[in-house]
Ligand binder design. Sequence first.
Ligand code: CA
Length: 462
Amino acid sequence: MKKQQIILILAFLILGTIIFGRPADAAASYLWSDNFDDGKTLSEKYQDVSTNGMSVSSADALSGKYSLRQTYSQGQVDAGWVVRVDNSGFPDHVFMSWAHKFESGFQGFPPKMARIRYRPRSGPNAWQTRFAVHTWIETNGEVALDVVAPDSSQANSTGWLAIARSGFSFADPANIGRWVNFEMEVKLNTPGKKDGLYRLWIDNKLVIERIGVDLRGNTDYKWNEAMLDTYWNGGSPKVQSRYYDNFIISTERIGSAVSTPAKPEAEIIPAADKDMIEKISSAEAGEVFSQTKTISLSVAAKNIYDKIISAGAAAISAENQARISYFIQNGTKTTQVLGAGERGGVVSSFAAAFSRLPQTAADWQDVIKIGNGRWPAQRSAAAEAQAKNGIFKKIYLRNPDMNNAKDNAAVTVIAYGLRPARRNINSEKQAIIIYKNIYGKNPALALDWNIVRAIAYSGAIR
Ligand SMILES: [Ca+2]
């Protein structure tokens, strides 16, 4: 494939996802979606509202400019809520997600957060809860699903099922002052059978799963309330706020493009002496550059090599082919830890940034720097502009602040593919999910993987 073709395809992929990218609230499976940015009042959208400290606010937002804010006064117990009510009944199997943030410095743990419930809202049994799955916060800060189901054959004498704890805690300071994504799944049982279930994901990670559940006993009640609520048994210790955004109810798994790693591993650029980096990378570049004779590659290395050559190059010289082969198969002292696949990836990242495979000793020095999480000496205005103006904004829904170290790291990683000092496979897995949510496809090209790394390691947030 010709260089120009690749650039065109890349440009199309990036442009295409910006123009045709599916907005988060347009999925066909959504029964309800509210980002609080439509200018409508809460009473226009929710059948049951209490604004006891609750309002649509521009003080913070995950999407757009607005979110739902609960500001507690000191000692406040009774607080705001919004409920989507459907008295004809929601489907028996639903997913409900919301993003939530306790502001920085938030103190204490208000027990209530969200619930899915059935209560008749009129008639002789009005307001009696027949079943409810609550996402609540325990007194120690841990998030739990607490389920009341008086018709269930599995309920205790007061009508509750055994509490299900998540292991995720707001006692961890890393979870305060940031948006956290929650998604509940509830499937009602067939009347008379124990075949219901409930699950909870936090930041796209499954943290609670109960299957074989009886929620409605022999009844065929459907659930009718989807609620965000902020009641605080015990009362708030001070004036403070919490926020909700991106409230979605769906018949399919929603997933999330909103989570950020709890503890970003921002070691994209490991601390090391600058002169030492120059000296080592120069020596290693010299070593690679001196390899001009064709070597026979292992099967695995040959596959990696073939991919790079077929993706990358207008014809390159036999010497340059030999250097690439050598680097993939043998590496250098500082790039051995990467493995052959990642070394191939580093060559691809270089090619994506500079629209050519490495040719000179200076190119190889930059390849080695990228592999070590360092800025390359050469710069690509096109790659940086694309990272700053297009890609960063698509991921983080704002412009990067290049004076902010995390934003700067994100842009640099997107533009050049800098490798982290230490890989964190869990962060990368999460980042791949986020990537798929944003782009609607699996990462494939070098640039895609640069984006995944930026999400996983830069620490930049929306
Ligand atoms: Ca919003």
